[in-house]
Every structure is written in structure tokens, then in C-alpha cells.
Design a binder for this molecule. Structure first.
Ligand SMILES: [Zn+2]
Length: 222
């Protein structure tokens, strides 16, 4: 039976957990039940892995990385001209980040323009409006609503940050996972455990991590 490389307990059936060696969020499929016990797994690593996943989300989203579990989160970008916000879903297709609502009074009439992300959202907005304007014919509005696909009028800008202490700790965990998975001896990585747990910093081992911000653009008409 394998031992947990963190607490040295034997990993019994009850303590088994599937540990992704490379983050699931990056498309990692290699996993093992022989590395870490479920108790230690739930005690640490969650926030550091989440941070690295958040930082790499733009890339896994854009190249549409297939995950073992779940899907990439949308990336938020904005038009360089108007600042209008768009969400980029896996595969890079931009959709408005939130519904757009415009109400205009023209003489006796009130004109309303709505752009929603899907039919369900559109219907919900109409139902809400129906309370304010009982004369509004929801069914008719739904019938005449158009599904519209258009190219972006301008460049979409986005920001991403790579690096930092938390992300680096997650990278270290990946390296340790892979080392143990490849039959490495856990006594050689014992000094890294307090670092992985977040109770000790990397001082004395290495200090090469840094934070780099990147700004990028998606070309017009993407
Ligand atoms: Zn353990």
C-alpha cells in the first residue's frame, strides 16, 4: 500500500483520492490515487491550485483545452473604444457579459430595446418588464426576437497576470506529484512540505518567481 507523501499515513480505501498530477484546469489527465491522502488533499493546495488555474484560464480557454472534469471559465474582455464588456467562452467566441437594456420615451410611447445572451434570459427580462408594463405582450415579443451574430466592431482587450507566490507553490506541487508518481523517494521532498502547506516560504531554496502582467488584443472581426 502507498503512503501519503505529506503525512506518511498509509492510503487505505477510505483515504483514497484521485490527485491530478498536472492541474485539471490545464487539461491534466494524468492522475494517481497513490500520492496523497484525501485528508491532506482537502487541507491544502486548493487555493494555490485555484490561483494557477485562474492565471492560466485565458490560455486553456483560448485553445479550448479539454478538461477531465468541467469546462474553462469565460475570460472577461472589453472593447477598446466603448469599454463594453464581453465574455470569451472556450474556443474564443465573445458574448456580451451582461444583458443590454435601453428604455426611451417617444411622445406617448415607451420604446424598449433588449439584447440578452440567450432566450431564457430574454424571457426573464420580459417577464420582469411585464409587471411594470402589463400591456406588454411577452409572447409577441418573444416571437419577433432575433438571434443575432455579428463581428466585433473593434478590438477587444484583456488582461492576464502570470506568476506570484501562490501560483509558484502550485507549480511546485505539480513537480512533487510527478516526482513521487515516477517512483521518487518522498524523503527527498520532505523539506518542501511546509512550503507546499504554506507554513514556510521558499527562502533558502530559490527565489525566481515574479509577477508579470500582460495586456493583449484580439484582432477586429474575430
Ligand atoms: Zn496525508
Amino acid at each position: 500500500m502507498s503512503k501519503c507523501y505529506v503525512c506518511d499515513l498509509e492510503i487505505t480505501r477510505v483515504l483514497e483520492t484521485d490527485e491530478h498530477i498536472i492541474l485539471n484546469a490545464c487539461g491534466g489527465r494524468l492522475k494517481s490515487k497513490k500520492l496523497i491522502c484525501s485528508k491532506c488533499n482537502s487541507e491544502y493546495g486548493g487555493d494555490t491550485d485555484a490561483e494557477l488555474a485562474r492565471q492560466l484560464n485565458f490560455f486553456s480557454n483560448f485553445i479550448n483545452v479539454k478538461r477531465d472534469r468541467g469546462k474553462s471559465q469565460p475570460v472577461e474582455g472589453e472593447l477598446t473604444t466603448t469599454g463594453e464588456k464581453y465574455s470569451l467562452y472556450p474556443g474564443g467566441k465573445p458574448i456580451i457579459s451582461k444583458p443590454v437594456f435601453e428604455e426611451r420615451i417617444e411622445g406617448e410611447k415607451t420604446k424598449i430595446a433588449i439584447a440578452a445572451r440567450n432566450k431564457k434570459e430574454f424571457q426573464k427580462i420580459l417577464n420582469g418588464l411585464n409587471k411594470k408594463y402589463p400591456q406588454l405582450d411577452v409572447e409577441k415579443a418573444l416571437k419577433y426576437a432575433k438571434l443575432e451574430k455579428k463581428y466585433l466592431k473593434n478590438q477587444l482587450s484583456f488582461e492576464s497576470t502570470i506568476g506570484g507566490e501562490k501560483a509558484f507553490r502550485s507549480v511546485c506541487k505539480t513537480a512533487v506529484n510527478f516526482y513521487i508518481y515516477s517512483n521518487g523517494d518522498s524523503k527527498y521532498i520532505k523539506h518542501l512540505i511546509p512550503y507546499l502547506k504554506g507554513t514556510k516560504d521558499l527562502e533558502g531554496y530559490c527565489q525566481v518567481f515574479s509577477v508579470n502582467s500582460h495586456k493583449g488584443f484580439i484582432p477586429q472581426g474575430f
